[in-house]
Design a protein around this ligand. Sequence first.
Ligand code: D5M
Ligand code: FE
Ligand code: ZN
Length: 475
Amino acid sequence: MEKEVVFAVNYALNKGFQIHPDALKILEQVDIKELEHVIKQIVREKSKQKLFLINQNDLEVFFGLKDDEVLENEYRVLSDPTPKITSAEGIDGYNSLFTSRFSKLKKIISNRPEAKMLKSISSAVSTKSNDDMYVCGLLSERSVERNITKLTIDDQTGSIETIVFDKDLQKIAASLLTDQFVMEKISFGKKGGFIVKDIIIPDISEHIPNRSKTETYAVFLSDLHIGSMYFMEKELNDFISWLSSPDPIARKIRFVLICGDVVDGVGIYPNQDKELDLVDIHEQLEKTKVLLCKIPEHIKVIITPGNHDPGRRALPQPAIPEIYNPALWNQKNISLLGNPAIVSLNGVKVLMFHGQSIDDIVRTTPGLSYDKPARAMRHLLQARHLSPIYGSQTPLAPETDDMMVIDEVPDIFHAGHVHVVDLDLYRGVLILNSGAWQHQTPFQAGVGMIPTPGLAVIVNLKTFKVYTKDFTTRD
Ligand code: D5M
Ligand code: FE
Ligand code: ZN
């Protein structure tokens, strides 16, 4: 026996494993260079399963000698803002953006029984009825004074100030996002003023997700920040090499989704150049191309932009323009889409949104924090809008169609931006934030943000079981 084979056998025996005689025969035929690595992988995986016999099948799977069952890998783009982006300008543009937001969300809420009783704001204001009335609009103002909350909502006919006395309703009122769509049950009070009896938000109903027929896996990544001094090149490279390894999960991966901040960009924040390894955007994208082109061709790679990527800053963002790297665009297994985008992976609908608005939401909503971004994402699903707040940090473009409305309920809602891996399941929708491949930056250290970088989030599209694989530790 060759010394590598002896090593492998002894390694397994010392860990309490038995080796089937048929497996021994295979060990003598396999690639010696791979042997140590593979035997350690098998021992680790089977220890987890508490199965202490190594058989022929294990070796065939881990060495990639056995063909996988045919895995479905059907990819479709369901929504991409790139070709739809216009250049509506000024106040008119914002008026039409908000008109579009209002009418799309009113349509979404129209399946609620109460929606049949909706009155326009101008007619509610003039009626001043003591009976219950329903109105809906975008929340333009909220104020809290002496144990009461005042909410002002607007529709195209006018504006109404409403008063919330009830404690529980005040809690709901506090969680509303500025410019979000709401429906209210109100009546005109004896002492004057419109009293809020109920607050209804569009939300989603219990959702039965679409599933892949085969055990195909997708990997969810974001915030690579290629070009930054803090970019974790080694870890990302290890991840990319792992995709071509005989690991049984790696062999079933057919999709890699990258949800923005692919590069660190140039001039994104003051003095950024002092924190860049590559100070030219073309160099950053060239490096991106070199790294991502190492992903095997049977895996489809989908890239959407974030606030660090070139294109435009305001939402919705077009795909990273082809001129920055035609080779990346023309790579057969790579697709560049805008932000937000919806793709179908074997029928599973994935909404990809970089997550810029999470910053605004965390800052303005009681109970939310940066270490639990999936909670903030849940708020967005409930508001049925990816970036409601206008005029805060997240820039919105004055499009005539509000493409940030969540029209269709996705099966998976994928975002990044805050550099923290977090998961949630809300009414059947898998919410996931995919972390980052950048070490903590001095800015983040200064504000106490603790990222969880170097983790790949992997989802079995048939069972929706989620795995995270840590590339910061060597095995
Ligand atoms: O942002 C990563 C996270 O860090 C995101 O939550 C915003 C926050 N961040 C980063 N830089 C700044 C500055 N300069 N001001 C406010 N918040 C910031 P990323 O998109 O990767 O930069
Ligand atoms: Fe980022
Ligand atoms: Zn970002």
